[in-house]
Design a protein around this ligand. Structure first.
Ligand code: PLP
Length: 280
């Protein structure tokens, strides 16, 4: 008997405590019954209390890993997470073109929740201009969307998202400036009811027809009173990529992934003395 499984590749950083990064991605893929593969872009020493060290992987070795995977097991979808610097970003952009990688879901990881910078500030422009346009979907949270829309280096209050309308404006702006679909995650919002977490999916018009409009889809869910949410962004983007590999369209891939993440948070795993991980 032979078994055929869809394949998903994560290109991201490693989290030694297993809650975020590559480890969260592979756990998520396993739970979605897809075959998970990984290209490590950086090692991090971290636990539930924070990050104590980062060691970026040399760009030539990131390239070697991608080549080894893509020339043998072409992925049905790709999740991109932590890209520590511009040299690694260049390798990833080249690989997307060279191997015609499809269903690319990019989580624009800028800093960890504990405040450590995961992507060099000076590489942000390259990320926006060269990687967003090569992705099917980008998945910033509210603080990340604010930063991405700010022109000042490192300034995150220039574009303020303080209402659902501002969230819609931000999603449309990111989508039209960088040519990708956008999911803004509302988990950090201060303007919703305490028990609501509303994400916004903005699907851009196809083709050049002037009269077509963005499709704006609100996905409402429950906000949990649970501090153990380490790796939530990594898990969500991997779940979306897994669903796309399994044949879902974008809207269904995102809404099913949201249900998955709610289940993972609600399970209430308690590990470590800081912000703990999810149960997959
Ligand atoms: N470590 C790695 C390798 C990550 O990729 C990320 C987020 O993408 C984090 C840590 C941060 O996770 P969190 O902000 O959920 O703690």
């Amino acid at each position: 008997m032979s078994i055929v499984q869809k394949t998903v590749l994560t290109i991201a950083g490693s989290d030694s405590s297993g809650g975020a990064g590559i480890q969260a991605d592979l756990k998520t893929m396993e739970a979605h019954r897809v075959y998970g593969m990984s290209v490590v872009t950086a090692l991090t020493a971290q636990n539930t209390l924070g990050i104590t060290g980062i060691l970026p992987v040399e760009k030539s070795f990131v390239e070697k890993q991608i080549q080894a995977v893509c020339e043998d097991i072409p992925p049905d979808a790709v999740k991109i997470g932590m890209l520590p610097d511009r040299s690694v970003m260049e390798v990833v952009a080249k690989a997307i073109d060279k191997y015609s990688l499809k269903n690319v879901v990019l989580d624009p990881v800028l800093s960890s929740t504990s405040g450590t910078e995961l992507t060099r500030i000076e590489a942000r422009e390259y990320l926006k201009k060269q990687l967003f346009c090569r992705s099917l979907l980008i998945t910033p949270n509210i603080p990340e969307a604010q930063t991405l829309l700010s022109t000042k280096e490192g300034g995150d209050k220039e574009f303020l998202i303080d209402s659902r309308e501002a969230m819609e404006d931000a999603a449309k702006k990111l989508s039209s400036e960088y040519g990708c679909n956008v999911l803004i995650k509302g988990g950090h919002s201060s303007f919703e009811r305490e028990d609501v977490s509303a994400d916004l999916l903005c699907i851009r018009p196809l083709g050049n027809a002037i009269d077509t409009e963005f499709q704006v889809i609100w996905l409402e869910g429950k906000r949990f009173d649970n501090p153990n949410t380490h790796g939530t962004g990594c898990t969500l983007s991997s779940a979306i990529a897994s669903n796309l590999a399994n044949g879902h369209d974008l809207k269904s891939a995102v809404s099913e992934a949201k249900k998955y993440i709610e289940k993972c948070i609600d399970a209430g795993l308690k590990l470590g003395s800081g912000r703990g991980p999810l149960l997959h």
